[in-house]
Design a protein around this ligand. Sequence first.
Ligand SMILES: Cc1ncc(C[n+]2csc(CCOP(=O)(O)OP(=O)(O)O)c2C)c(N)n1
Ligand code: SF4
Length: 297
Amino acid sequence: MITRPDDLPEEELLLSGTRSCAGCSMSLMYRTAIKALGKNTIITVPASCLTVLHGLYHKQSVLVNVIHTTFETTAASASGIVAALEALGLDEKITVVGFAGDGGTSDIGIQGLSGAAERNTNFIYACYDNEMYSNTGTQRSGQTPYMAYTTTTPHGKLEHKKNIPMIMLAHNIPYIATTCASYPLDVFNKFTRAKQFKGTRYIHVLAPCPPGWGYPTHESIEIGKLAVRTGIFPLYEIIDGKMFLSKESEPYLDPRKRLPVADYLKKQGRFKHITQQHIDTYQEYVNGQWDFISKML
Ligand SMILES: Cc1ncc(C[n+]2csc(CCOP(=O)(O)OP(=O)(O)O)c2C)c(N)n1
Ligand code: SF4
């Protein structure tokens, strides 16, 4: 486990000049995640902003092997790669990773993901969660939070987020973690830890998106930290079914230490239409989420 930015490997596997937007926290997170994964990795990526980040053949922005697959097939594609590596006797040497957005994970890709997890396929599945279908102009996904504006929820989404890490927990897989692009050391450590397990490992990364969420490009890191400090996005690991709160989130088990959810919501254009009643509902939801977590610890 590393504790200082200086401890991150110096070699960059994500090259400068990607095609992601200014201030994209997904690209920052990806830079750190692939440092942890290393060059002996095959990543399969469905249609998403991450496809765009990689660039167009024959110019590419990464030094790891990447396969672009169709929107719904991330986990199925990873299962095929794992089977091929096993047949070639290379499965101990090469890490297979499915890396998808929240739409590709919690909506269209969930069937393949559930099947692969049920088989305990030997791969890491990482979902970067920008809470909408960003690549196609910000439509609602199952991960879009309550009351957020998207082009398909013009008055705000009426439902709360789908809890994908808990759905993954129901598959009895050995490793589950949540992390956030604002905490690169946590991102690095969780991808490194995931590599140490065999079977299906799932990492859910909150990745703020300036154009989709409606805040200035230089605020991505602060917005992600506010998601953690308000308790909206708890950071934890679940190892063989046992939950461990990460140190970034530990203080917020105590409700008095959590910042009010309004501190987070009011900084983002996607919530600018919300009323005090919505904020109260949001706060109750977050408090309930922590009651649930405290029972799991
Ligand atoms: C079957 C299918 N339906 C729709 C699309 C169009 N499409 C491409 S990327 C995308 C959005 C992906 O959203 P998400 O998985 O959340 O990743 P993000 O764009 O946010 O990075 C959509 C709808 C497609 N490529 N294939
Ligand atoms: S739309 Fe959002 S997630 Fe996609 S590249 Fe731009 S900032 Fe990143």
